[in-house]
Every structure is written in structure tokens, then in C-alpha cells.
Design a protein around this ligand. Sequence first.
Ligand code: BZD
Length: 833
Amino acid sequence: SKTTTKTPKARLSTPIDKSIKLDKKIIKDAIVRHLHCSLGTDENKANNHAWWKATCAAVQEQVLEQLRKTQKSHYLNDTRAVHYFSAEFLMGRLMSNNLHNLGMFEQTQQALTELGVNLTDIMEEEPDMALGNGGLGRLAACFIDSLATLDLPAVGYGLHYEHGLFRQEIKNGEQIERPDSWRDYGNPWEICRPESIQEIPLYGYVETKYGDNGRIKKEWHPGLIVKGLPWDIPVVGYGGKTVNVLRLWQSQASDYFNWDVFNAGGYLDAQKENVQAETISKVLYPNDETEAGKELRLIQQYFFSACSLKDIIRRYKRAHGDNWSRFSSQVVIQLNDTHPAIAIPELMRILLDRAELDWDTAWAISSNTFAYTNHTLLPEALEKWPARMFEKILPRHLEIIYEINHRFMLEVEKVWPGNVAMKQKLSIIEEGSDKMVRMGNLSVVGSFKVNGVAEIHSALVKKNLFPEFDHMWPGKLTNVTNGITPRRWLKACNPKLSNLIDDKIGSDWPLDLNKLQELANYADNAKFQKQFMQIKFENKQALAIEIKALTGIDVDPKAIFDVQIKRLHEYKRQHLNLLHIMALYRRLLANPNYDMHPRVFIFGAKAAPGYKLAKDIIYAINQVATRINNDKRVNGKLKVVFLPNYRVSLAEKIIPAADVSEQISTAGKEASGTGNMKLSLNGALTIGTLDGANIEIAEEVGDENIFIFGLTVDEIDALHKTGYNPFDYYDNNREIKAILDWLETDYFTPGKPGALASLKHSLLEGGDPYKVLADFESYSAAHEKVDAAYKDTTRWAKMAILNSAKMGKFTSDRSIKDYVERIWKLEACKVDE
Ligand code: BZD
């Protein structure tokens, strides 16, 4: 029986259908069968890697069965679907998630135990799918989990990078980048779909022709054609009913173009073209929050956007033929930042040059199809492409962009007649010696909705980034606060806490995270507090073992585990954390009886390879760590750990063990943050600024259950206006002066005085752009409050429980429901049995 429910809400109260849970015996047989028949080995010879592969194959059987049913249901119901275009999907590992979402984790664990194999051990064999940099890529991964869970028709579209984000090694305190090879031995989850290859044109020139009707016709004669080969990763919703796909495009040389060269005896030249084509999907750009303007990056963006659009159109035409009138009611495309914004002129090109629609009809379709999510206000992160580069790679798209802009300028003229400055400001084209295409402006003009990712961020998008657009199109700019999937970020990563929660309030919370509220009833219950904190302690013991294995450092699980895990960036202010650690160290040296509960500061962070100061900060953290960890005088009260190669699978080990969550960005700079939500959900208390989603977290948990410090957005603005001088703090605060001067000595870098001086200089002569010194005192005071709170074990337990209890709002299911209601207007489609 087919059922379509009106709203995705209906799905929420439905408990997981136990009927699809598989019997342990069936799983066991399937694993052994794959060991024999797919891997050609047997129970005696198999190592952990083989067991992992055989188990994946057994799980994949179930996944593919549901995938087939899902696709059939969506086809038969001819559903409207969302297409999430993202240059990044930071998926991490899939085994544990798929087992939990299919409801077969326990049975599989038992099946393997009976085979003499440990599930936890074999899960360690899985390489992370690190096809993203950080928050933006992980958000995309959480969103496709929620879309499938809510039975919403959705496809994720992105790039099949051969190398994901680099693997980080630390040598003598410094970051070294090594290539990541996530599919060296094949990836058991992905399915190659050569039947859906697309051909993508690049370079060349545009010919202007006159059609029969006298209309001007444009024909793009490309100079190169590359093939896009799709790989599908099944995305299993919780409950195991809907299985959507993430479709990732790999670039290949088109044989069509190369044969001529090849036949002419140019074997080596043909190989060269192959290399060029295959370079497109070779490697993920490791820069977050900076725009490098590299040609290959623009080609990557166009390549996956164009492949995905062709794929969508092929599917649309199968149902609706050449009638375009229903396109924007069947298709909505969400642009994850401006990285896929080139899809806007690409769709226009197809509608104008291929379908031969007139401009207004084409524009109506296109501008009702796209919606755009903004993830940053940092000026250096806003994408701009030189018009010259466009002209070379995508000459027809540049023409279309000029035409979009021309028509947009006429609109601007209507609202602000004769205002040249306003036109310059809003134009998609930035005039100058080197003309640039502003992808943010293009995205706003070409979309029907634009959203920021937390309340304050969306307010700042309206107020500072796009105020005139908000005036021209009231209601276009909106907010959808980010969220995280509680399946991965509590159920799978913290099984002990999950079981305790199940025992207390039942097992519906992964689908209805507001249920966690009920835990608040036990926040004062001594027995529950003890159980909750005992689990935290056991998670800390496990992390301590991991820390020892990864770094050789001994840490005491009775200490406070204080965690800052995120990309390294000045605006995130890992150096504020470091300066405070140095202050504590200094206080301990001055007074061995300085009263503080033992603390372990844990960092995990990758720096963009070209970001010098970020790498200097990593080096500084490691050097300070080495000095402190080997100084007997601190008497075990202070430890500093930098965990190398921070990634999703490492986050899953750190987060359940965290006591304190550092969310200390300069107010107004962190669009939302999502690590803040994950840590709080697992019972860590936040020390944070009034920035991004911290503000909404504070609203949920209450001011008494969070440590807020620092200047607000308005205060930062005011400080900026009156003129900020970091030397005021250096000259007037003896502790700040002593710490900054310390950095210039060789105390932390024996024999190398000045090796950490760049940090001091950026904070003084460099003007301290992120107001580290201005917030130092308030940060230090907040840490004293953290220390006092931790010493009161009952109070801390209550606060930690309330943090978990109040995180309901931050499930990505809520974010997705907001997108559905405010932007996508989708209906859920249940999968037929
Ligand atoms: O997006 C991040 C923001 O900094 C976070 O505040 C926010 O929570 C998340 C999700 O909305 N932005 C990124 O992660 N950005 C990138 O990774 C990125 C990657 C390539 C180019 C530019 C930015």
C-alpha cells in the first residue's frame, strides 16, 4: 500500500518497526557467505579488514533492498524532491551508523561474537570518508541522515574526490600534511553507475547565430569534454525504511575526444588529456573560510553542478517529457554556500540554448528552483571569480551572468533611481582593473530563498551582508538554525549514555529529541547523577587510553577534560585558549598551591596548509604542551594534549568524554558552530561567547548552566569604532604582558628563541583582529567559575544532565523540518513494503 503523509511530523511519533530487524543467525550466515564468496577467504584466515568487508557486504544487502524500494516509491509517487548541492560531504565512517539506523547493531555484534570477532575492533578498519573540511561538510552529512529519517525524497550531489582532506601528522610540534586515501582498497558502500555517465563541456568559444524565427541563437563550442561517472552512497534513515542516495561525481577523460589524438599516434598526448580530465576530482581543496581563486576549483564547482543538473533533468524528462512547466514544482535545489552557484547560469543556459525558452520563462523556472545557504560573513571567504577566468573556462556562462546582472540593475534602478554607488555595491560584477564575478550576489539574485545558519548569523546577514537585498525582496532572507543528527552524535558514539537514557525515558528520543527534556526530572536525583557521571568517567578512561596510544601522554580521567575541537582559525581563537593555559601554568609556577582542580586541555585541529599563522598556533600549542607536561612542578594539575589528525571518527571518541566545551570565537564571526551542539548533547558544559548557535544553546539550557564570557557583537562593533588598541591590554595587564613576552623567549622552544614570536606580533603590531586580548580577562574569570562549579560535584552533575536534557532543539531533524516548512515545501513519502 502506498501512503504519502502530509507532513514529516507524522513520522516522528512512530516507533522503529522491529519487523525489519534481522535475526542474528541470518546475519552470521551472510557474513560468512561474503567471507567465502566475495572475499575468497575463510574464518581461519580472515584478518580484521576482511571481517570488516564481509560485514559491510552483509549489511549492504539490507541497504540495497531498501534502496530499491525507496526509489520505486519515489518514482511511482512522482514526488517533489530536494537536491542538496554541496562541494563537501564529511561522512566519516558508515558501518556503525548504518547498523544503528537499520536497527541491527546488537544482532550483528552478537553474530560476530559467536564468530570470535569483536565488532568495535573491526569498525576501526573503516577509513573515514573525509570529503569535507569541517562544519559545512559535516552539516551536509547530518542533513542527508535526517532527510532519509524523515522519509523525504532527497538526493545529495557532490564530488567523488580521490583524496579527501589531508591526513595530519605532527612532527616536532609542526603540522605535516599527508595524502588521504580513503578508498585504496575499495569502498564497500559505494556503487558505480556507469549507465548514468554525463558529459561536461569546458573551454572553447561561443558562436552567435540567427535562428529561423530571426531570434539570436547562441552556440557554445567547447574545447574539451570530460565525463562524469556517478558513484552512489546509500544513505540509510533511522528505522531503516527510507534509503536515499548521495551521488558523487568522478571525472574521467572522454574517449570521444581522445580517440582522434590516439589514432594519430599521439598515445602520450592522449594520456596527458586523461590526466587533465582526471585531475578535476582528484583532491579536495583544504581551505576553509578563504577564497583562493584557483582555476581548478572553479572547474570542480562547474563539473559537479553540471553533472548533477543533467542528472536531475534526465529524471524529470523521464516523467514529464519536454514540458518544462512543472520543473520548479518537482525540483528544488539547495546550494550549500556559493560553491555550486554556477548551477544557476548552467540551468539558464540549458533552458535558453537547449530548450529554447525565452528569457522570462527560463528565469521564472530557474529562480524558483534554487535556494541558497550562507555559512559565513568573513569577507575573505566570500567567493569571487575573475571574469577573465570565467571567459576562458565557461564563456557562455559569463554572457548569461552579464545578462542576469543587466536585468537586475534595471530593478535596482527602479528602487534607487540614479544611485550609481548602490548599483556598484549590489552588482554581480565587481568593476575594477580585474573584473570579478561575485558569487554571493549571484546566489541571492538567482534564488527564491536565502538562509543563514543561526538566529544571530541570519540577523547579521540581513543587517550587514545583504541589507539592500532584504529591502528589495522582503522575506527572501530567512533563518534555519543548524542541527546535528542524534543518531551518530549520541546513540552511536556514546552507547553507555544512550542505554542509560533508554532505561530512564524509553528509546524514542533518537527520533524525537525533545523527549530528552524528561531527563530534567532526574537532574537532582542523586542516583541518576551518579550513573550519569560514572558513564562520563568511563568515557574519559577510554579517551585516556586513546590519548596515551596516540601521543604517549598520560592523563588522569579524574581531571577536568576541557576540549576545543574544530578547524584552526584565528577567529575561533585557539590562541586565546593557549594564552589562558600559559596563565594557569604561570600561576602554578608562582604558587604551587594555586587552587585548581586538575585540568587536561585537549585540542584537535587541522590548519589549511597555506595558512601560516594557523600552523604557528599548532606549533605553539605543541611546544607549550611539551614544556608543561614534562614539568614536575605543576604536580599533575595541568596537562595539554594536541590530538593529531582530528576527524569525524576521532570526534566520536572525544565528545562523549568531554567535561568542558570551548566555543570561544569572536562575537559575530562563527556563523553557527555545530560541535557546540554535539558536546552539550553529551553532557559537556560550554564556555563560550555570545556568538552563533551558542546564543540559542544558552537560551535552551539557561544562563546558570553555561559559562558565557566576552564582548558581544555590539560591543565589538563599538570597540572597533572607537579604535581598538591591543597595547592597552599589554601595557595595563601584567599577566598578559608576561605571557606575550614569554612567547618571545626560548622557554618553550629550547635553543630557538623567537620561534613563537609570530603569535605575539599578530596580537600586538598585527592589531589583534579577533580581539583576543580584549576578551582575555573575562575568559579567565569564566574559567575560574568552571573550576568552582566542577568542585561542587552535585552541582556539576546537575548542570551536565540539564545540558543533555535541553538539546532537543538542535537535532538536524528540526533543521530539516524548518527547511521543509520555510523553503522546500516537500511532502514525506513512505516506502512501500
Ligand atoms: O559552516 C561553517 C561555519 O564556520 C560554522 O559556523 C557553521 O556551523 C558551519 C555549518 O553551517 N563553515 C565552514 O565549515 N566552511 C567551510 O568548511 C568552507 C569550505 C570551503 C570553502 C569555504 C568554507
